[in-house]
Write a protein that binds this ligand. Structure first.
Ligand SMILES: [Fe+2]
Length: 296
């Protein structure tokens, strides 16, 4: 069956890595995976995990207010009532401004949820879903859209997701494993959608066959293909293909069709060695940001 298979990983903008690590590990209850470095050894971003899903906490982040729409918003599903309740308590104790627990209609994919904004004004949500996604994992991401019919066509036709209907003013689309993408209609995109933050994106997995079809369908349904800088840098495993692209509302996405090997976490040293070698072949060097020199 045609369609993106799973929500794999996300990256969100943060400005202070130790503060974000502490919050996502100790308060939200995610697991540390690794801290990635710039070429000069300074911190670049930290990967934490919600079950099998990686969440990148990406420097340098962006300086903007929380968006009024509540999107972009990143949802983590928690499997048990007990863990959900204890996570809510931890969030409330941390001094984060949070909202009330929402109880959703019986037709909603969510049973219960709590939205809050993190120290970097990212909208985050923890939820208990009606379709269990296991102990903990990425549940959904909600984006802003200025044209709901166009966004519906894009997520169903280009990415092959199943329409799930509306919940509390947002329209959701489902992956076969019950993870979701949602869109929230807005009159104008917020600064948080427009500015993104460096390397901030939401990534899906797809089969090799569907990857080829999506390469054509994404631009046909209003998205924009942006290539694969990691392949140019020689950082893709054999057979692995990936595409960075935008949806029609400029939300940054990535599709990956895995090959036979997985090198996604080669060492920092090996990564920068390969990157420098490959950029030299292309007649380019490392950018100031990649080297780790802070621009003002
Ligand atoms: Fe990615």
């Amino acid at each position: 069956m045609f369609g993106a298979e799973t929500l794999d990983h996300i990256a969100i903008p943060v400005r202070d890595l130790p503060r974000s690590e502490k919050f996502y590990l100790e308060t939200v209850g995610l697991t540390f995976l690794t801290q990635r470095k710039n070429a000069d050894g300074s911190p670049r971003h930290t990967y934490v995990k919600a079950g099998e899903n990686i969440i990148g906490l990406n420097l340098p982040g962006i300086q903007t207010e929380p968006s009024p729409s509540g999107a972009p918003r990143y949802g983590v599903a928690i499997g048990s009532e007990e863990k959900f309740t204890s996570t809510v308590e931890q969030i409330r104790k941390s001094g984060i401004v949070d909202s009330e627990i929402r109880e959703h209609a019986s037709t909603s994919p969510f049973a219960r949820s709590l939205r809050f904004t993190d120290f970097d004004n990212n909208h985050i949500e923890i939820c208990m879903n009606r379709q269990s996604l296991g102990e903990i994992c990425l549940s959904h991401v909600v984006f802003e859209t200025t044209d709901l019919p166009r966004a519906k066509r894009f997520y169903t036709e280009a990415l092959g997701l199943k329409p799930l209907g509306e919940d509390q003013g947002e329209t959701f689309f489902e992956f076969p494993n019950h993870q979701m993408i949602g869109v929230s209609p807005v009159a104008a995109l917020s600064d948080r959608t427009k500015r993104h933050g460096r390397a901030v994106h939401v990534a899906f997995n797809v089969s090799q066959e569907d990857f080829d079809r999506m390469l054509e369908l994404i631009p046909a349904w209003g998205g924009a293909n942006q290539g694969d800088f990691r392949a140019e840098d020689g950082l893709r495993a054999r057979g692995e293909r990936s595409l960075y692209f935008s949806d029609p509302d400029t939300n940054k996405l990535q599709l990956t069709a895995l090959g036979t090997e997985n090198w996604s976490l080669i060492s920092n040293e090996e990564k920068w060695k390969r990157t420098a070698e490959n950029r030299e072949k292309l007649g380019r060097g490392l950018s100031r940001f990649d080297r780790g020199v802070k621009s003002s």
